[in-house]
Design a protein around this ligand. Structure first.
Ligand code: PGA
Length: 246
């Protein structure tokens, strides 16, 4: 179902002590949020068990930052969807641009990871987005169209309906540059059109230097259903203020 959702992507940051403090502050402040918004944090794998325990019975869900395409077996270093579900995770990010770029993940692999996540009982947060070069050469929509096409053909409508899409322009991630609300809306609207019959049931998040100061403007756009937040999710006040802006 199309719900408002704000997800923190901690990336490779934190420690046991820092996480405990950050979550404690998020939990205290999240009590004042309206119940129209769902919250999640995607922590590094090694901390997920303790993160999920601290978040138990709270309104903040836990998620992984990636998931294996495989179910089990001889895949050193990989983490399966069932393992994440076993740790009480609800979400797994797939296809983040940092994985597409540094780990050479293809559109097909990302789509297959999304399927693994669904089959393991998780909601995949499927990231799509264009590079600066692609935006400047006016290929944004065709690049995103191809990324989505792979997802559609592997998941079908049934799988898409169980997914969340995150539009993250690569040039806006961690750079302090944000797409203007109009630039973001143009792509979000395009993504929604591509989702076909399930379009109205799928949440589409925006990601890329989202902070409390720009969240409201972004969320005022018709097809923006929340945010995938990197840097600002390492600060409880910022993260909760972003959720408040929804
Ligand atoms: P950022 O990261 O908010 O730090 O730009 C977003 C993301 O990579 O998901």
């Amino acid at each position: 179902m199309r719900r408002l959702l704000v997800v923190g992507n901690w990336k490779m940051n934190g420690s046991s002590a820092e996480n405990t403090e950050l979550l404690a502050s998020m939990l205290t402040q999240s009590g004042n949020l309206g119940d129209n918004v769902d919250l999640a944090v995607c922590a590094p794998f090694v901390y997920l068990s303790s993160v999920a325990k601290q978040l138990e019975n709270s309104r903040i869900a836990a998620g992984g930052q990636d998931v294996s395409v495989h179910v089990s077996g001889a895949y050193t270093g990989e983490i399966s969807a069932a393992m994440l579900a076993d740790m009480d995770c609800r979400y797994a990010i797939v296809g983040h641009s940092e994985r597409r770029q540094y780990h050479h993940e293809s559109n097909l692999l990302v789509a297959q990871k999304a399927l693994s996540a669904i089959q393991g009982g998780l909601t995949p947060i499927i990231c799509v987005g264009e590079s600066l070069e692609q935006r400047e050469s006016n290929t944004t929509l065709s690049v995103i169209g191809e990324q989505l096409q792979a997802v559609k053909s592997v998941l079908g409508s049934q799988g898409l309906e169980k997914s969340v899409i995150a539009y993250e322009p690569v040039w806006a991630i961690g750079t302090g540059l944000t797409a203007t609300p109009e630039q973001a809306q143009e792509v979000h609207q395009f993504i929604r059109q591509q989702l076909g019959e399930v379009a109205d049931g799928v949440s589409i998040l925006y990601g890329g230097s989202v902070k409390a100061a720009n969240a409201k403007e972004l969320f005022s756009q018709a097809d923006i259903d929340g945010a995938l937040v990197g840097g600002a999710s390492l600060n409880a006040d910022e993260f909760i203020n972003i959720a408040n802006a929804v």
